[in-house]
Design a protein around this ligand. Structure first.
Ligand code: JB2
Length: 214
């Protein structure tokens, strides 16, 4: 019988609560605690062990798996890369109530929340969040550290590049490209490509601002 995977959750806010629910449904995962920069002592009966400086020590005592449960795309990406550098294996948190095609490809450190659907040959890259009751249709590509917020629906062949955020209830027609680190406001309907580093919003969505990359 294989031993349990001792796992630390990085982050102890609202997102972490949903992740704890999912990881508790995975019998092979043993959650040892959370790591957070705040003074929170526990969430959902899980102790908060300390801040990020504790990560190397946890790894050296045999906690070899981690999940970064922070909604902010840049913070999640930074912490996931740091955890991987230390040596942690970044696990996926896939809800048993999500519906994922066997032909979909999943990276690591990904959250797929209850009610989400990931259809045939979709690709979900590392550290992405496919949030509650969202749908990702055939052959979509969701880039590293993206977040598709609850109730968003992407038709087939949509490409969303690194770090982009699709707000709650975003609808995207087929074949659209959304550029890296672009933010789409809640309730938007995307019927044209949106370049990188934009803020876009509306029905149909219009670009409000476009910034230089950081
Ligand atoms: O550098 C950090 C760091 N920065 C913020 N290291 C560690 N270890 N923790 C960090 N945090 C922690 O992330 C904060 O101290 C805080 O406890 C947590 C963020 O919690 P919050 O509840 O503000 O957001 P969240 O990321 O859990 O949830 C957001 O994203 C979800 C996807 C919210 O917008 C939710 O509504 C949303 N569902």
């Amino acid at each position: 019988m294989s031993s349990s995977r001792k796992t630390v959750i990085i982050g102890a806010g609202g997102h972490a609560k949903v992740i704890i629910d999912i990881l508790r449904s995975m019998p092979q995962i043993e959650i040892v605690g959370c790591i957070d920069r705040s003074s929170t002592r526990s969430i959902m009966q899980i102790p908060v062990l300390g801040d990020d400086d504790l990560l190397p020590q946890l790894f050296h005592i045999g906690v070899e798996h981690a999940f970064v449960a922070i909604g902010d795309n840049r913070i999640r990406q930074r912490l996931a890369k740091r955890a991987a550098e230390i040596g942690f294996t970044l696990i996926n948190a896939i809800s048993p109530h999500a519906n994922i095609s066997e032909s979909a490809s999943l990276g690591s450190g990904i959250a797929i929340m209850p009610g989400a659907i990931v259809n045939a040959e979709a690709v979900i890259d590392n550290y992405a969040v496919i949030n509650t009751s969202s749908s990702i249709d055939h052959e979509c590509r969701i880039g590293e550290s993206c977040h598709v917020a609850p109730g968003s629906h992407l038709s087939g062949n949509v490409h969303v590049q690194e770090g982009a955020f699709l707000g709650t209830g975003t609808t995207v027609i087929d074949g659209i490209h959304i550029g890296a680190w672009t933010v789409i406001g809640a309730g938007s309907v995307i019927v044209r490509d949106i370049p990188a580093h934009c803020l876009a919003y509306g029905v149909p969505a219009r670009i409000l601002t476009q910034q230089q990359p950081l």
